[in-house]
Design a protein. Structure first.
Length: 224
């Protein structure tokens, strides 16, 4: 699939600017609480690099198969245009945080998805965090398939099961987090995005269509 052509068609320059503004607030007001400043962070399926460009960390790495990846990465972000299921450029137990947004559903099979999660397990340090955000098919029975490159329907529950059998312990799981897309009703102004996050007790259950799951790599052995 020609990812560069697909995403240029899907998101106009104005769309990308609005998304970038939203992600700046999300990183500052929400995701930063999970990312220590001295972390090594990998953004898997980095897309337009909205997360990795705005999160504060000592080492930031963007991974995506899109050949346009490098032009979207900010200064100081390491770029690897490659298949995320084989990240041989990273050694075992060397990464503190892995983040992935709206990527798991694009993989062709569940086998490929588990292979990816096992690769993320390999590169993470014991106790390292895996943060996953994605569309929750439970709340998107039809709209989920409006995107040609969606393959795997997932919920927070199926994601939790995958993580459990792959050596992770779930730390936090939100079935409803953000609206489905940035083209939805979600306000594009930073002040209103902050308000959405501040009113999460009401706003997430009412408008959230994406799940957010945080898990830690098991430290040492565990009972089966």
């Amino acid at each position: 699939m020609q990812l560069d052509f697909l995403y240029r068609h899907r998101f106009s320059p104005r769309d990308r600017e609005e998304k970038d503004a939203i992600w700046r607030v999300l990183c500052d007001q929400f995701f930063s609480r999970y990312v220590p400043l001295d972390s090594t962070v990998v953004d898997v399926g980095a897309g337009y690099c909205e997360f990795i460009n705005h999160i504060s960390a000592s080492r930031r790495i963007a991974v995506d198969a899109n050949p346009d990846l490098k032009q979207f990465a900010a200064e100081g972000v390491e770029v690897h245009c490659t298949n995320a299921e084989q990240m041989s450029f990273l050694a075992d137990d060397t990464v503190d945080i892995v983040f992935s947004s709206n990527f798991f559903e694009h993989l062709p099979t569940k086998r490929a998805l588990q292979q990816l999660v096992l690769e993320l397990h390999r590169i993470l340090k014991p106790g390292g965090r895996l943060m996953i955000m994605g569309p929750n098919v439970r709340y998107l029975p039809g709209k989920y398939w409006d995107y040609f490159d969606h393959h795997l329907p997932l919920t927070e529950k199926s994601t939790e099961e995958l993580l459990h059998i792959s050596g992770f312990e779930v730390e936090k799981s939100l079935p409803r987090f953000m609206p489905y897309t940035t083209k939805s009703w979600l306000p594009k102004w930073p002040s209103l995005v902050r308000l959405y996050l501040a009113l999460h007790v009401v706003s997430f259950p009412l408008f959230g269509k994406q799940f957010f799951v945080v898990a830690r790599k098991w430290q040492g052995n565990r009972e089966s």
